[in-house]
Each structure stands twice: as structure tokens, then as C-alpha cells.
Write a protein that binds this ligand. Structure first.
Ligand SMILES: Cc1ncc(COP(=O)(O)O)c(C=O)c1O
Length: 350
């Protein structure tokens, strides 16, 4: 039987035997009373790793972004978001529905807002000038690092520092959706705390390439984290003996970050192989574990091509136009990537 090689997402990773054993053995208590020692250990470890005063364990990346933003930004104000970001497109509209914000979606080619565009969009206000009575007050700028929709591109410390200056000069909160934050840290060879330093708040996911079955962390100042804890409760995210889940997160942070480099090397190999077969891939843009490949006309309809891949046991995310997304992760070995390339090669020769 053909084994299924699943490149749809790094969210598909399943907890390893060791991780399951750590979960089974976790010491737990009621987190409402802050008496779950494993959750506390995870929050303390994450805060230290990210160089922030405090951290909070939340159920998902979406919840992390929601509570981070709701905790810091008043209802009725406005935010700058990447037009291709997860927060803007894929989080059920919480920016509007829960946070009460107007969004200004701006383009982010290569994952970055062009700085000239930002300056034109939001020039610094002279101190004696009030913003127009017509407009919601701009209070927030969000970034995504790595940027999933733009092919897993990394935002480096220099760029983030420039955005920090942009935000500070305008009194904006600066939030980072770091669902794949550690992929960026590994690819850029930067300490996580250096990469998180420019932002006020960051969400990081434990459940993607790091292999935990669920859970995310938000980190920032102590006051911010207490406010985020309040909003976590409001949206039903209060936890009890969830140390069983936190134990997986703790292992993910302590032991699995370095392995992301393997996923990145596998993504490069996949990208080069796909390009050699005639798919249109910008291999230089493959910085982490995401490969965007465009199906050329001679391979026929992208949906039919995608189905042929699936029939051969190679799963990619459903095409957007001509674009297929492949994501490498810890449950796909280097040998699996070679097998996938052999299978795809057969299809492209038909
Ligand atoms: C960039 C990005 N942000 C946030 C999320 C949300 O994470 P979750 O699925 O845990 O809510 C995802 C999930 O895939 C993501 O890719």
C-alpha cells in the first residue's frame, strides 16, 4: 500500500511517544488557582525564552492573537494588518467581531509592509494636530512571522526594529502573530528573545512544527499578560488540570526547536526538486518550511494535478489558482521528501 506523505500543513504533526509519556506523567492542579505546576513551568520557561516579563498558556494561536489584541487595544479603533495574514483572513473575523477594530489591510510582498507605504498611509501626526474627526484612531500594527500566506518568509530583527520605531512614533501597539516564530528564529540564527524584543506582544504556537497536540503562548509585559488572562477567561479559555497539555508544550520548547532546521533543509530540497520537474518555484524565497509551487499550464488544470498528487499519496494544500502549498514538518523525513519527489516526477512525465 502506498504510504501517505502529508505536506498540507505542519499542524498535522502528531505527538511522539516521548511526548505522550511526558503528558501522562505531568503534575497537574487547578490553573484557576494557578496551582498547575506544569502550566506555570511552561509559562515561566516561555517568558524567559522570549525575553518578556510574563507569558500565558492559551488554547490556540487564534485565541492568542484575539486576547493579545483585545487586552491592549480599545474598541472602535483601527489596525494595520497584512492583507494576506492569518489574523485578517483566517481567524473568523475576531478583529471586528470581538476586538471591535476597523482593519486597514496593506500588501506585504515577501511578508513585509513596504516602509514607504506605511509612512504614506500613516504619517506622523504633529503634536498640535488632531486626527480627523471622521476616522477611527489607529492603535495597532500586526505582523506575521514567519508569514504563512507569503511562503514562510522571515522578518528579521532590523526590519522589526524599524517597525517598532514606526509604531512608537505613532503611539501604536505592536503585535506579532508568531505561529511559526521559532522557524524564523532558527532560519535567521537569532535568539528568540532578540526577535521578540521589538514587539509589545507575541503569540507563538506549540502545535505546528514543534509537534505539540495543541496550545499556544502569548508573551509581553506582566500587566499585559494579566489583562490577556482576563480576556482568555471571557472567551472560554480558562483551564483546569491542563498541565497534561502544557507538558507537551514544555517539551516542544525545550527539545524540538532545533529540529526545525531539518524541516527547512527538507523544504529547500523539495523546492529544488519541484523546480527541476518544471513547476514554477521561487527557490530563493524558501526560507523556512513552506514551499509555494505554481502549476504550469502544460501540467493541466491545477485541481486535477493536485488530485493526481493525492492519488499518488502526496498531499499538498488545495490549490489557490495555480498555487500549491507544501509544508515540511517533523513527521516527514528527508527520505520521505525524496519519495515524494519520485512520485511527483512520475506524474509530471505522463
Ligand atoms: C500564521 C498563523 N497564525 C495563526 C494561526 C492560528 O493557530 P490555531 O490554528 O492554533 O488557532 C495559524 C494556524 O495555522 C497560522 O498559520
Amino acid at each position: 500500500m502506498t504510504t501517505r506523505l502529508d505536506f498540507r500543513s505542519d499542524t498535522l504533526t502528531v505527538p511522539s511517544k516521548t511526548m505522550r509519556a511526558r503528558m501522562a506523567d505531568a503534575e497537574v492542579g487547578d490553573d484557576y488557582y494557578r496551582e498547575d505546576p506544569t502550566i506555570r513551568a511552561l509559562e515561566e520557561y516561555a517568558a524567559e525564552l522570549l525575553g518578556k516579563e510574563a507569558a500565558l498558556f492559551v488554547l490556540s494561536g487564534t485565541m492568542g492573537n484575539l486576547v493579545s489584541i483585545r487586552a491592549q487595544v480599545p474598541h472602535g479603533s483601527a489596525t494595520i494588518v497584512s492583507s494576506t495574514s492569518h489574523i485578517h483572513i483566517n481567524e473568523t473575523g475576531h478583529l471586528a467581531a470581538v476586538c471591535g477594530l476597523t482593519s486597514h489591510p496593506l500588501p506585504t510582498p515577501d511578508g513585509r509592509y513596504p516602509l514607504e507605504l506605511l509612512n504614506t498611509f500613516a504619517p506622523v501626526q504633529a503634536s498640535n494636530q488632531r486626527p480627523s474627526v471622521l476616522n477611527p484612531t489607529l492603535k495597532l500594527i500586526c505582523v506575521e512571522n514567519t508569514h504563512n500566506g507569503e511562503g514562510g518568509r522571515c522578518l528579521d530583527v532590523d526590519y522589526l526594529t524599524e517597525l517598532r520605531s514606526f509604531a512608537s512614533a505613532r503611539g501604536l501597539v505592536f503585535h506579532m502573530d508568531g505561529a511559526r516564530f521559532f522557524n524564523a528564529a532558527v532560519a535567521l540564527s537569532r535568539k528568540p528573545s532578540d526577535l521578540a524584543n521589538p514587539v509589545d506582544s507575541v503569540t507563538v504556537c506549540l502545535s505546528k512544527g514543534l509537534g505539540a497536540p495543541g496550545g499556544s503562548i502569548v508573551a509581553g509585559s506582566r500587566a499585559f499578560v494579566e489583562e490577556a488572562r482576563h480576556w482568555r477567561q471571557m472567551v472560554g479559555g480558562g483551564m483546569r488540570q491542563a498541565g497534561v497539555l502544557a507538558a507537551a508544550g514544555l517539551m516542544a520548547l525545550r527539545e524540538n526547536i532545533d529540529d526545525l532546521a531539518i524541516d527547512h533543509a527538507n523544504a529547500k530540497r523539495l523546492a529544488n526538486g519541484l523546480k527541476e520537474m518544471g513547476l514554477d518555484v521561487n527557490t530563493a524565497a524558501v526560507e523556512t518550511n513552506i514551499v509555494m509551487a505554481y502549476v504550469p499550464d502544460e501540467f493541466g488544470d491545477p485541481r486535477a494535478f493536485h488530485s493526481r498528487l493525492a492519488d499518488a499519496g502526496v498531499l499538498a494544500l488545495s490549490p489557490k489558482g495555480k498555487r500549491l502549498r507544501f509544508v515540511t514538518h517533523r513527521d516527514l523525513s528527508t527520505a520521505d521528501v525524496e519519495t515524494a519527489l519520485e512520485r511527483i516526477h512520475k506524474i509530471t512525465r505522463i
